[in-house]
Write a protein that binds this ligand. Structure first.
Ligand code: ASP
Ligand code: MG
Length: 428
């Protein structure tokens, strides 16, 4: 008998039928003799709809009230799920984040979990109940207010519960069958991975893969939680995310699991590029520029500085950042133009990023050559390049990204024989 934490995303509990399907899955796990703790998201697009509503009544909704509002979405789904389980003859009890002991800091809208005290959950488990917890929310002890963990926060709720309860596995259910070598919506020949290391998963998530949220993967890595990403709509095995020293429970003793050099190709269309042109090529200018950028609150990703033209003694510095941060950053830079002494600012929000991630890059050469050859064969122009130990990223025209991803995916031999099944919804 194991203790299993399961997380169901919004698209898995979008309507009454779906809630009953999820209830049956939970009951089946219970019937198999396991203790079950469930973290559940708000139904379908509830959170988005509530956000829209909030912005209709107030241009800038008060963060405390916004958390009150948004946390109600998960209360609806958790209660309905518990009722559905009751009607199947099983005992289930739902708990809000604060009842579940999900203690966070006080940052409304992006609170971090600082402690989990699941006393009531343990009691309920001891009494034989299935436990349902509202995802995405917590409670701050100082302000005594409800907080939310940021969009997609239910993954983190599930992982934190798994860590606090010392669960055997944290199963994260969505509408795709697991973690793929690419987004199956972009690349239908994407292949499901049996396993992926948490460091690869972090790079994939940070570079646009949307199956698992980065904070949940980080939390799991830090606390040694085994994640199994799988689909609500099929019973097939998903993908295990393995932290350091963890073993795939399905690995056969003595048989090495296939470890591809490249784990996946991720794409990201959420960034923009700013170029600060005609910067005097003297020490200290980059420091000045990025101090302004960081004060504006922008999260810079890639940076490229051109060779300066000898005739002018000036250079261009380009960087990428989330589209949402571009306007404030441009304004902040423009205000200091005279001080820094650059010539002008260029803004480009039609870019896209393509990243290739694989721990095998550490030990294999020629991985980047395959990428550049594939892009060149496809006639695709590269605008920026950056690398980490296990990742190569390129910035392209946004319109080129989908085609480039397909070409690159094939070039690394990642295409599967069959098309991936995408069951429903938005991937969450
Ligand atoms: N309902 C929240 C959201 O849509 C949390 C979640 O789905 O994980 O972001
Ligand atoms: Mg959601």
């Amino acid at each position: 008998m194991a203790l299993i934490v399961q997380k169901y995303g919004g698209s898995s509990v979008a309507d009454a039928e779906s809630i009953k399907r999820v209830a049956k899955r939970i009951v089946d796990t219970r019937r198999a003799g396991h203790d079950v703790v469930v973290a559940v998201s708000a139904m379908g697009d509830t959170t988005d709809e509530m956000l829209d509503l909030a912005h209709e009544v107030a241009p800038i909704p008060a963060p405390r009230e916004l958390d009150m509002l948004l946390s109600s979405g998960e209360r609806i789904s958790m209660a309905l799920l518990a009722m559905a389980i009751h009607s199947m003859g099983f005992e289930a009890r739902s708990f809000t984040g604060s009842q579940a002991g999900m203690i966070t800091d006080s940052h409304h809208g992006k609170a971090r979990i600082v402690d989990v005290t699941p006393v009531r959950l343990r009691e309920a488990l001891d009494e034989g109940a299935i436990v349902i917890v509202a995802g995405f929310q917590g409670f701050n002890r100082d302000t005594r207010d409800i907080t939310t963990l940021g969009r997609g926060g239910s993954d983190t709720t599930a992982v934190a519960l798994a860590a606090a309860l010392n669960a055997d596995v944290c199963e994260i259910y969505s509408d795709v069958d697991g973690i793929f070598t690419a987004d199956p919506r972009v690349i239908p020949r994407a292949r499901k991975l049996e396993q992926v290391s948490s460091e690869e998963m972090l790079e994939l998530a940070a570079n646009g893969a949307k199956v698992l949220y980065i904070r949940a993967v980080e939390y799991a890595r830090r606390h040694g939680v085994l994640i199994h990403a799988r689909s609500t709509f099929s019973s097939s095995e998903g993908t295990y995310v393995l932290g350091e020293g963890m073993k795939n429970p399905r690995a056969i003793e003595g048989e090495a699991m296939e470890e591809p050099i490249v784990a996946g190709v991720a794409t990201d269309l959420s960034q923009a590029k700013i170029t600060v042109a005609g910067v005097p090529d003297v020490p200290g200018k980059a420091a000045e520029i990025f101090k302004i950028v960081s004060k504006a609150g922008a999260n810079v990703d890639m940076i490229v500085q051109n060779v300066s033209a000898a005739s002018t003694g000036r250079t261009d510095i380009s960087f990428t950042l989330p589209k949402a941060d571009a306007a404030t950053t441009l304004k902040a830079l423009a205000a200091e133009q005279r001080e820094v002494g650059f010539e002008n600012l260029l803004h480009d929000d039609q870019i896209g990023k393509l990243s290739v991630v694989g721990a095998g890059m550490r030990t294999h050469s020629g991985v980047s050559a395959i990428l550049f050859e594939a892009l060149s064969a496809g006639g695709i122009n590269i605008e920026m390049i950056s690398t980490s130990e296990i990742r190569i990223s390129v910035v392209l025209r946004g319109d080129d990204v989908a085609a480039a991803a397909r070409t690159v995916h094939s070039a690394y031999g990642l295409d599967s024989e069959i098309e991936a099944v995408v069951h429903a919804g938005t991937g969450r």
